[in-house]
Design a protein around this ligand. Structure first.
Ligand SMILES: [Zn+2]
Ligand SMILES: [Zn+2]
Length: 193
């Protein structure tokens, strides 16, 4: 589902069988009602075939797989033994967090402060000319913010932009981005220009 080496998710594509896309190719994310353990998210993503498709991602794949939690095993050439890549990658992630670095962060506009976040709090991604518009539902206050960020800020854990653009607007509720409504997505795109 997620390949930690290429930082890509694999989905079905009706044209090419398989689509392999980064987090920043997601356009909409929505937690689906029902399944709670693990929670499942419905996503819309831009596929390499030129179309947009739907897919499903588990909560673990969204938030933990990019940190290497499912990286599997590799052969350590020094010892000729199998080693668990996941343990090593998670150790690296833990040392970042201990040093005060978060895998992902965003600027919460309603609260006026940066906050750590996981991809499961991302609501929408809009490709812009110079930056991506990233709509995030704040895990702390529940408010919605739109940040202007680089692609790697979204795709790579611990690759936080030094400067984040913030759309100066208090978004009323999630109706703006939820459920793949074309019109509302265009509103977000317009705001980014
Ligand atoms: Zn496709
Ligand atoms: Zn907040």
């Amino acid at each position: 589902m997620y390949d930690a080496l290429t930082a890509r998710y694999t989905f079905a594509c009706p044209r090419r069988e398989r689509a392999q896309v980064t987090l920043s190719s997601f356009r909409l994310l929505e937690r689906l009602p029902g399944a709670a353990h693990p929670a499942v998210y419905g996503v819309r993503f831009d596929c390499g075939c030129g179309e947009e498709h739907s897919g499903l991602v588990s909560h673990d794949d969204l938030d933990w797989a990019p940190l290497g939690a499912r990286a599997g095993t590799f052969i350590d050439l020094m010892t000729s033994r199998f080693s668990d890549a996941a343990t090593e990658l998670i150790d690296v992630a833990a040392s970042h967090v201990k040093a005060g670095e978060w895998p992902w962060s965003f600027y919460c506009y309603p609260e006026g402060r940066p906050r750590p976040v996981f991809p499961s709090s991302f609501v929408a991604v809009a490709p812009g000319e110079r930056a991506l518009g990233l709509a995030v539902r704040c895990p702390a206050c529940g408010g919605l913010s739109v940040n202007l960020v680089s692609r790697s800020h979204v795709d790579l854990p611990f690759s936080n932009d030094d400067r984040i653009g913030v759309v100066d607007h208090v978004f009323a509720d999630d109706a703006h981005f939820g459920s793949g409504r074309e019109e509302q997505r265009h509103t977000l795109k317009r705001r980014l220009r």
